[in-house]
Design a protein around this ligand. Structure first.
Ligand code: ATP
Length: 234
């Protein structure tokens, strides 16, 4: 479904992503793990069109999308839940969700997806008139995910959904990611919480200072000495 080949991304002179190649197949949850500053967010932001790679190709359903504008990439079926959530703080929950459907005109479909978002996140329905900036951290994460789902993406990009959340809430969010995947959305998940990410993913890539150093079956990586030492606290 998604294939990156030899992708390089720079911030000025800083070479943040180095020759990355990876694939995500339809129906999978794939995770990209690695330490602070490894280039995980940069990779996601490049896929979603917020950054332009200096070289390499990114194809989605057989079409080249490297360099394509972000809103056009949303239209093609990729939606990103950014790190730090970036909800529209001044707007209500409902207005945020409406913004998520900005590429669409199918009113019935939008209504059906809103119903589905409220089933996944009942708390958002209870709070639909609340100003989003006053939501708790966990609720803001739910809203960011709900907003992304409102574009009915084929591929959902999640950037550190566990960040800043209490353990119980992290578990809840990860269960919901599995539900979203089971309902047919392919997921590429970036996480520092390698334990949780590897537990729900089928495959994983390990990123170190901009390069992929390990990849493969998530359960096998979770069991490997190398990954346990570096990312799973021994
Ligand atoms: P984290 O989990 O801490 O967000 P990450 O793996 O997502 O880490 P990136 O945010 O992709 O890492 O950063 C990769 C590298 O690029 C880092 O060295 C970072 O300092 C650098 N970088 C990120 N954004 C910028 C920017 N806007 N300008 C310059 N350098 C940047």
């Amino acid at each position: 479904m998604l294939e990156l080949k030899g992708v390089n991304v720079y911030y000025g002179a800083i070479h943040a992503v180095k020759d990355i190649s990876l694939t995500v197949n339809q129906g999978e949850i794939v995770t990209l793990i690695g330490a602070n500053g490894a280039g995980k967010s940069t990779t996601l932001r490049t896929i979603s069109g917020l950054l332009r790679p200096k070289s390499g190709s990114i194809s989605f359903e057989g079409k080249e999308i490297a360099g394509v504008k972000a809103h056009e990439i949303v239209r093609q079926g990729i939606s990103q839940v950014p790190e730090g959530r970036r909800i529209f703080a001044e707007m209500t929950v409902m207005e945020n969700l409406d913004m998520g459907a900005f590429t669409r005109k199918d009113k019935d479909g939008i209504r059906a997806d809103l119903k589905r978002v409220f089933e996944l996140f009942p708390r958002l329905e209870e709070r639909k008139s609340q100003v989003a900036g006053t939501l708790s951290g966990g609720e803001q994460q739910m809203l960011a995910m709900g907003r992304a789902l409102m574009s009915r993406p084929k591929l959902l990009l999640l950037d550190e959904p566990s960040m800043g959340l209490a353990p119980l809430l992290i578990r809840e969010i990860f269960h919901i990611i599995e539900d979203i995947n089971r309902a047919g959305t392919t997921v590429l998940l970036v996480e520092q919480n390698a334990n949780m990410a590897l537990s729900i993913a089928s495959r994983a890539y390990v990123l170190e200072t901009g390069r992929i150093t390990l990849s493969g079956d998530a359960a096998k990586l979770a069991a490997s000495e190398e990954v346990r030492k570096a990312y799973l606290g021994g």
